[in-house]
Ligand binder design. Structure first.
Ligand SMILES: Cc1cc2nc3c(=O)[nH]c(=O)nc-3n(C[C@H](O)[C@H](O)[C@H](O)COP(=O)(O)OP(=O)(O)OC[C@H]3O[C@@H](n4cnc5c(N)ncnc54)[C@H](O)[C@@H]3O)c2cc1C
Ligand code: SF4
Length: 345
């Protein structure tokens, strides 16, 4: 019979989902090694300025989780990646590579993959000029601008007019993915609302084909952005963005009203689709994990978080998800590991 404290879980990815999984397992008295490829913990949450659905500060959420991980004794290895694994009778022998190509080996009784998602490359939509017109950015780049402007560190003058185009790379079989990326309607509403909060006299236009706000408080959040912050939502998909006298000309049709619309904006924010990142693809190869046709990890039939033999998953590596959902999935993956360790006693 093995001692509980001898069990070791390896958590791969130090975003909010991986942190929560690590805290859950370590809190139950097991040893946890958390491997994060970048120099800092936090993943995408670290890059956010403000968060839907309550305008909360993501830095506070993150710091709370980092402190909790420290308190529960999670061993954090930043700058490390898993490069190979070998299946053993009750776990994996894993090789890590860290700074200066330093290699280390460890034995893991269970693994949690929490490698997150990445944004689709919106330059596939040449008609929107991403990469050619400096005023055209994706949602993550705009989040960084918002942070700089709010701190008074912005290098560029604040925009007077911002246009947001939704579903870029999502729900599009020809250039992107057929699926809806689930959280970009909320990200767009949040970012447009923040522009209006920072500069109440600015103008914000959101061009949409559809809007999806399925979550507790989400519909109310989008409504408040439209009704209280006066962000203008227009149903229509701009065909092209053209540069004009240092600004960006957007022409489309308001398909609800049946009238043409013409906007001159200083910035255009493209709500890029979310797709599995290279880390997720790599982990599915190394641990022989179940994936869907896009490369997102796919829980095994009837299992909440298990994606392979003694391997669990959480967060954006399964599908686009907001912080709260990633936390819940992290807790579920952690609970799966704890239950597995308890069974083995
Ligand atoms: C522009 C934008 C705005 C957003 N705004 C909000 C918001 O307002 N509110 C909200 O609730 N959510 C928001 N989100 C969603 C939020 O960012 C995600 O819910 C959250 O980041 C998911 O956490 P995660 O841990 O699953 O993934 P991530 O945050 O992506 O973390 C994954 C981590 O894994 C690491 N990793 C990847 N591969 C490897 C590897 N091979 N080895 C080791 N480490 C690896 C990465 O470096 C990263 O640190 C936003 C997302 C975007 C893109
Ligand atoms: S969440 Fe909204 S913006 Fe994102 S793909 Fe779905 S409908 Fe489009």
């Amino acid at each position: 019979m093995s001692d509980r404290a001898e069990k070791t879980a390896l958590v791969i990815g130090g975003g909010i989902a991986g942190l929560e999984a690590a805290i859950t397992i370590a809190g139950a008295g097991h040893q946890v090694i958390l491997v994060e490829k970048s120099p800092q913990l936090g993943g995408t949450t670290r890059e956010l300025y403000s968060s839907f659905p309550h305008w909360e500060n993501p830095a506070e959420l993150l710091q709370g989780k980092i402190d909790e991980a420290q308190k529960t004794g999670v061993q954090v290895k930043t700058g490390f990646e898993v490069i190979s694994s070998q299946k053993q009778a009750t776990g994996y022998q894993v090789v890590l590579e860290g700074p200066g190509q330093k290699r280390e080996e460890l034995a893991a009784d269970a693994v949690v993959v929490a490698t997150g998602f990445e944004l689709f490359d919106v330059s596939a939509y040449g008609e929107y000029g991403y990469g050619s017109y400096p005023g055209v950015v994706n949602t993550l780049e705009f989040e960084a601008r918002l942070r700089e402007w709010a701190r008074g560190e912005g290098k560029e003058a604040p925009p007077q007019t911002v246009a947001f185009i939704k579903c870029v790379g999502s729900r599009d079989r020809s250039k992107g993915y057929p699926y809806c990326s689930k959280i970009c309607c909320m990200i767009t509403a949040k970012q447009a609302g923040l522009v209006k909060e920072l500069w109440p006299d600015s103008k914000c236009y959101v061009f949409y084909m559809d809007y999806r706000a399925a979550g507790k408080g989400y519909e109310e959040f989008v409504r408040s952005v439209i009704e209280e912050k006066h962000v203008r939502y227009t149903r229509g998909r701009p065909a092209k963005i053209l540069p004009e006298d240092g600004r960006l000309l957007i022409r489309t049709e308001d398909t609800l009203m049946g009238v043409p619309v013409e906007i001159r904006a200083d910035m255009v924010v493209l709500a890029a689709a979310m797709q599995p990142g290279p880390g997720t693809r790599e982990m599915s190869r190394i641990f022989d994990l179940n994936t869907d046709q896009y490369g997102f990890l796919e829980p095994l039939s009837g299992q909440a978080a298990r994606v392979g033999e003694r391997v669990f998953a959480a967060g954006g590596c399964i599908f686009p998800v907001e912080n709260q959902g990633a936390l819940q999935q992290g807790a579920a993956a952690g609970a799966g590991v704890v239950a597995l360790f308890n069974q083995a006693r």
